[in-house]
Design a protein around this ligand. Structure first.
Ligand SMILES: C[S@@+](CC[C@H](N)C(=O)[O-])C[C@H]1O[C@@H](n2cnc3c(N)ncnc32)[C@H](O)[C@@H]1O
Length: 217
């Protein structure tokens, strides 16, 4: 039975028996798909932790000084990005959490150093046999860096300070909607490649200071 305008028993969009039955079903289907995807991702990440002999599944706790709490990057994204690095590279993972990205990138032959402000996360990274500089990314000496990796760990002001300080030839930046493209541009970086990786809401941005310093991937 169709409702009249003003009929309080039928809500907007509740146009009849057919639609009112399918909408909740569709929502349930979507919910189940999301849960299944998350479970698959957790299982995949747990399996790679086991393969690499490290523990990175927990998220990083939030600490003072503007640091964001952080989930580690999914292994599928990290393996896709790893092709950007190789022997001869010195890669700083700025905001390394428990060191999952460091462990993956080290497999390319690059020297990898994590920078982490959270003492708990830095200690966990050390237990994962990662070389870690514990402290604020704004105070670290990046003199030997050929590349930085960041999973959007902080806001634009800290990003600007780190880019200036590190002066690294290449930056690989993984982010959702907050891309801070204006900061990269202002600091002399050109976007060389956008790489779809992980879910549809996140993108990997490959920046370089100069065309000749770009490591082709
Ligand atoms: C999203 S997690 C990224 C973990 C890792 N890079 C990855 O790709 O899996 C971001 C990390 O950045 C750290 N962080 C945030 N602000 C920081 C700062 N100013 N200096 C150093 N680390 C910072 C957080 O504590 C957190 O562990």
């Amino acid at each position: 039975m169709r409702g009249r305008a003003g009929d309080s028993t039928l809500r907007t969009g509740d146009a009849g028996p057919g639609r009112s039955r399918t909408r909740p079903d569709r929502r349930q289907g979507l919910g189940a798909a999301i849960v299944l995807r998350s479970l698959r991702e957790i299982a995949r990440d747990a399996w790679w932790d086991w393969r690499l002999g490290i523990r990175t599944l927990a998220s990083t706790p939030s600490v003072g000084g503007g640091a964001k709490p952080g989930e580690p990057t999914g292994y599928d994204v990290l393996f896709a990005v790893a092709a950007a690095f190789g022997p001869g590279d010195v890669v700083y993972d700025v905001g390394c959490g428990r060191g999952r990205a460091c462990a993956v990138f080290a497999r390319t032959g690059a020297r990898v150093i994590g920078v982490e402000v959270s003492p708990r996360a830095a200690a966990a990274a050390r237990r994962n046999r990662i070389a870690v500089i514990e402290g604020d990314a704004r105070t670290v000496d990046y003199a030997d860096a050929t590349a930085l990796w960041m999973f959007n760990p902080f806001g634009p002001e800290t990003l600007r300070t780190v880019l200036r300080r590190a002066h690294a030839p290449r930056v690989v930046y993984y982010s959702g909607t907050e891309t801070h493209a204006d900061v990269f541009l202002a600091e002399g970086y050109a976007l060389h490649r956008r790489q779809a990786a992980g879910d549809s809401e996140h993108t990997v941005y490959h920046y370089a200071r100069a065309a000749d310093s770009f490591h082709p991937i």
